[in-house]
Design a protein around this ligand. Structure first.
Ligand code: AMP
Length: 529
């Protein structure tokens, strides 16, 4: 499937219907785009891209936040047959430059803050750099960049999309790199289209009647591939928020006739706290006439405790799903059957999930823990210009995820953590997740995360990082946690070190940055053991 063709077909029907709305934290809608307006704008941008020499197969970098031009830019780049390289604004200038050079980007379209933050990165693009000045930004753009409005002034809408092969590059994403160097992951039109059909249409039953509340960053697979491309694919409406704030989201859910919310576990944790603190002010989720039907979580493990508390507060059982940049989404809890907390559900239609012994590469049976391998039409074909890493990541056509997991006899997948995050205590494996699941149920714990830190005797020991509830004294909480661990965990799994923090270090997708925890643990004063 070619995404440009699919998006164009969708957007051509019912042209006046609003597809995207942008919601300011104040509750005001700052812009709206109808399907027809988007297509007209995209065809104008395509004329400018073609005139700038962008051809099928080229790469164009985008970093536009959630400005009006965001969706137009994606449509136009795909429409001329080029691949999109989304830039993560959190990357440093050196990291951004590395991405632009690795991807051999021929043109970049960004906000002026991207350029003013790091003017030196402009030279890393082998071609023009267009700047879309935002409301609060100056109109003047530093040379050699060009104001987008000036570029577009010379063209008229009318260009039709180029329909390239299904295996053409659509998105070139750089993995978040919470461990190691970021790697380029190229997803084709076919990878993304197959995944959106299996996930959004067949599993989550999304339709043009849905309204999505989008509070995710627009440059990862989750917010971009599922949130934005999913909206273009299905033709539902989406309300875009620049960033997540629990109160803004809870208010918007009730006030903007939202039917679907996609988030990361940290968002659910914060919404749960807000609901507990705010009783019924403002009128939160639900109400008899509300179209709200599904809350989805992914990108990091959703703890059974957060699942339970969210259900208690809102009445909704979160649908947890599991994916990677390399494969898009592999599994999801079902809509119409049991949503099992602590699991990421069942393989999507057309996707195979297997558990393998990572050393012997032999398949394991239900109930046995091993490495999760996946295959199907959604799996990327290799790391960008990196055949060695690609060869190590595949076994025949199975992609080795690097995650540890176990399948139940009725095919629900549970994830036990990343293989790289395993803590090896005197030769015995401990996964952070199994320890976190025990500690987080202790009263007085607001959040917790676990990591291995070096130990002269055992090689590694388990360290627990705890964010206490506001009124909770650390000393008594530590005593309670030690007692709880003695009761519920085998001796080698019990934390030897407790550190109390104001917050758990996480990246923008809510993934715990365990490297930072290890550093904190290694720097901790020697605990009393
Ligand atoms: P990324 O490619 O940055 O999206 O990271 C993918 C990794 O996130 C996976 O390999 C998992 O380790 C983790 N992940 C994603 N979704 C889940 C989930 N629902 N539960 C546990 N881990 C998850």
């Amino acid at each position: 499937m070619n995404l440009a063709r699919h998006f164009w077909n969708r957007l051509s029907q019912d042209a006046d219907r609003v597809l995207f709305e942008h919601l300011a934290p104040s509750g005001e809608i700052t812009w709206r785009q109808s399907r027809g307006a988007l297509l007209t704008e995209a065809s104008l941008w395509m004329a400018a891209l073609r005139a700038a020499g962008i051809r099928p197969g080229d790469r164009v970098a985008l970093s536009l936040g959630k400005a009006t031009g965001l969706v137009t830019a994606h449509l136009a780049v795909l429409g001329v047959g080029a691949g999109v390289v989304p830039l993560n604004p959190a990357l440093s200038a050196v990291e951004t430059e590395a991405v632009l050079r690795q991807a051999e980007v021929k043109l970049a379209i960004t906000t002026s803050s991207t350029v003013s933050r790091a003017p030196e990165i402009v030279a890393a693009v082998n071609g023009p750099w267009w700047v879309a000045a935002q409301a609060e930004e100056p109109d003047e753009v530093p040379p050699p960049t060009i104001a987008l409005a000036e570029v577009l002034a010379g063209y008229r809408p009318g260009d039709e999309p180029s329909i390239g092969p299904d295996d053409a590059l659509a998105l070139l994403l750089f993995t978040s790199g919470t461990t190691g160097q970021p790697k380029g992951v190229g997803l084709t039109h076919h990878n993304i289209g197959a995944n959106l059909q299996a996930l959004l249409v067949e599993t989550w039953q999304m339709s043009a009647e849905d309204r999505l509340l989008h509070a995710l960053p627009p440059h990862h697979l989750h917010g971009l591939g599922l949130g934005l491309y999913g909206t273009l694919y299905v033709g539902n409406a989406a309300v875009l928020l620049d960033r997540f704030d629990p109160l803004v989201v809870l208010t918007a859910l009730a006030q903007h006739r939202i039917s679907v919310f996609m988030g990361v576990p940290t968002m659910y944790h914060r919404m749960t706290e807000r609901m507990a603190a705010g009783a019924k002010d403002p009128p939160l989720i639900g109400g008899g006439l509300s179209p709200l039907r599904v809350f989805i979580s992914g990108s990091a493990p959703l703890s059974p405790e957060t699942f339970r508390r969210f259900e208690e507060q809102s009445g909704f059982r979160i649908v947890e799903r599991y994916g990677l940049t390399e494969t898009a989404i592999n599994t999801s809890n079902p809509l119409d059957a049991e949503r099992r907390p602590g699991t990421v559900g069942l393989a999507l239609p057309g996707v195979e999930v297997g558990i393998f012994d990572p050393h012997t590469q032999q398949p394991l049976s239900p109930g046995e823990t091993g490495e999760i391998w996946v295959r199907g039409p959604h799996v990327f074909s290799g790391y960008w210009n990196n055949p060695e890493v690609t060869a190590a990541a595949f076994c025949d056509d199975w992609f080795r995820t690097g995650d540890l997991g176990v399948l139940s006899t009725d095919a629900y997948l549970s994830i036990n953590g990343r293989m790289k995050e395993l803590i090896i205590v005197g030769g015995t494996n401990v996964t952070p997740g199994e320890v976190e699941a025990v500690l987080e149920t202790q009263a007085g714990v607001r959040e917790c995360a676990v990591a291995g830190v070096p130990d002269a005797d055992l090689g590694e020991k388990v360290a627990a990082f705890i964010v206490p509830q506001a009124d909770q004294a650390a000393a008594s909480l530590e005593a309670d946690l030690r007692k709880r661990a003695e009761q519920d965990l085998a001796p080698y799994k019990r934390p030897r070190l407790y550190r109390f923090l104001a917050e758990i270090p996480r990246n923008s997708m809510g993934k715990v940055e365990r490297g930072k925890l290890k550093d904190l643990g290694a720097a901790a004063p020697k605990p009393e053991e």
